[in-house]
Ligand binder design. Structure first.
Ligand SMILES: C[S@@+](CC[C@H](N)C(=O)[O-])C[C@H]1O[C@@H](n2cnc3c(N)ncnc32)[C@H](O)[C@@H]1O
Length: 378
């Protein structure tokens, strides 16, 4: 059986965390706060260094991250043969223990390798051939191999968590266009909210922003209770004890958050948000209201919202949406002393809303949707 070179733990002092594109500045701050060093951002990914404990902390604490990755190798991969050969050289027998299953998730492309599914299959074949076993489980693998192709290279990593960190588990019911939890967290971190004044999302949909706000303000680690894939790996069996210690430490840090409100005009959305709030175990008051009837918070606080963008609306719908943005601006303008952070994917939003934003307009990608985060002082 072919076998790669022996595994060297030294290479694991460098880590990657991925996030929604545009959220990198927020994740850099989060990483610095948890003690990461050598922080180097690029698009949708931030590299950092530190002992293994820092990467484990990142898994429990990062609000903006999608994955925390342990890099295992990088090599040129212009052709499928190069991809196969590069993967086959990695020490799979050391990385995937006997009896454990794996799956492959790939992103990116190179000139000749531009079909993600093909890339995943090629990588899987190389791992199976190197290991001499076929322990693939695409639904719940013990080891998720994450590959990224770009600039003629392939970088291969293992996902410490095994699933997207944004799937927090509290969203049991959604309505149209829910935000990824990690993107909602990035909006909150980039809004400049002090986490002490009240917060309201008046177009709350399934309640993601308000729930993330409650987790943030109470100091609750978003993934504290989440079992991590790496706890099951025999190679890193020390992780479980470190994580148990971190979890106990994090539980001791929880504080009482300020008042957090979530409302929507749609009864279905209100019901979904209530259910999700309950599942998340946070204190958020959810109610039905038209956003154009938003009342001042006491004391003055922060509004954070992701306005409807109506990507499927026809021309008449677009006009209606512009008129909604305008009347929302008219309704929010009198809320003296409040701040607002609005994420919009509509090019009509800024002028129709009619209030001049403060500071930089940040581009945040909501999946494939290019959106802008505007901050306002009302
Ligand atoms: C883009 S979705 C918000 C998604 C939400 N951030 C989430 O994660 O689920 C926009 C929401 O605005 C609500 N909405 C539309 N017009 C409204 C209005 N006039 N007042 C209050 N809510 C409104 C819709 O019902 C929808 O739930």
């Amino acid at each position: 059986m072919p076998r790669g070179p022996a595994y060297t733990p030294r290479m694991f002092y460098s880590w990657y965390a991925t996030c929604p594109r545009g959220a990198e500045p927020a994740m850099e701050l989060e990483l610095a706060e948890l003690g990461a060093k050598g922080i180097r951002p690029s698009v949708g990914i931030v590299r950092f260094t530190g002992p293994r404990e820092v990467a484990l902390r990142a898994c429990l604490l990062l609000r903006t991250a999608l994955r925390v990755l342990e890099p295992v190798g990088e090599f040129p991969a212009i052709t499928a043969d190069e991809l196969y050969a590069g993967v086959a050289k990695l020490p799979w027998a050391d990385l995937i223990a006997p009896g454990q299953t794996f799956a492959v998730s790939a992103t990116g492309r190179t000139e000749h390798l531009n079909h993600t599914h093909f890339v995943e299959l090629k990588i899987k074949d190389a791992v199976v051939d190197t290991l001499g076993r076929r322990d693939v489980d695409v639904k719940a693998p013990d080891v998720l191999v994450v590959a990224h192709l770009g600039n003629g290279k392939c970088s291969v990593s293992l996902d410490l968590v095994g699933d997207l960190l944004s799937n927090r588990g509290y969203r049991v019911r959604t309505v149209e266009a829910p935000l990824r939890e990690s993107l909602a967290a990035a909006m909150l971190l980039l809004s400049g909210w002090d986490r002490k004044t009240p917060l309201h999302d008046p177009v709350c949909g399934s309640g993601t922003i308000a729930i993330e706000a409650a987790l943030l303000a109470s100091g609750r680690a978003p993934n504290e209770q989440r079992p991590l894939a790496c706890e099951r790996w025999p190679r890193t069996q020390g992780d479980k004890a470190v994580l148990d210690k971190l979890r106990a430490e994090l539980r001791g840090r929880v504080v009482k958050p300020p008042e957090i409100l979530a409302s929507d005009r749609d009864a279905e959305a209100v019901a979904a948000a209530r259910e999700n709030v309950q599942r998340a175990g946070v204190a958020v008051r959810v109610f039905q209201q038209d956003a154009r009837e938003t009342k001042p918070l006491s004391p003055a606080g922060q509004l954070v919202m992701n306005v409807p963008y109506g990507e499927r609306l026809d021309a008449g719908g677009r006009k209606q949406l512009k008129s909604f943005y305008h009347s929302l601006g008219v309704a929010l303008r009198p809320l003296a002393g409040h701040r607002a952070a609005v994420l919009s994917a509509s090019e009509d939003f800024e002028s129709a809303f009619g209030i001049r934003p403060r500071g930089v307009r940040r581009v945040l990608w909501n999946g494939p949707l290019r959106s802008t985060l505007y901050n306002y002082e009302l």
